[in-house]
Write a protein that binds this ligand. Structure first.
Ligand code: F3S
Length: 62
């Protein structure tokens, strides 16, 4: 599984990181740094929680 983040839509809510800190890297202002993230086996539930948690709908499962 992979997730992509539309960095143009990211508004720095940091809820993705709260849902799954091992998958998401943020800059010092709380904005997502990586547009493409490979989700290791077993981390899919946390990744889907992050997708659902983003208020900007910036994260998508691929
Ligand atoms: Fe950005 Fe959404 Fe995460 S706004 S920091 S991708 S929760």
């Amino acid at each position: 599984m992979e997730v992509s983040i539309d960095l143009e839509k990211c508004a720095g809510h940091a809820r993705c990181y709260a849902a799954s800190p091992e998958l998401f890297d943020l800059d010092e202002s709380g904005y997502a740094l990586n547009a493409e993230i490979s989700v290791p086996d077993g981390d899919e539930p946390a990744a889907r929680e992050a997708v659902a948690s983003c208020p900007e709908r910036a994260i998508h499962e691929r």
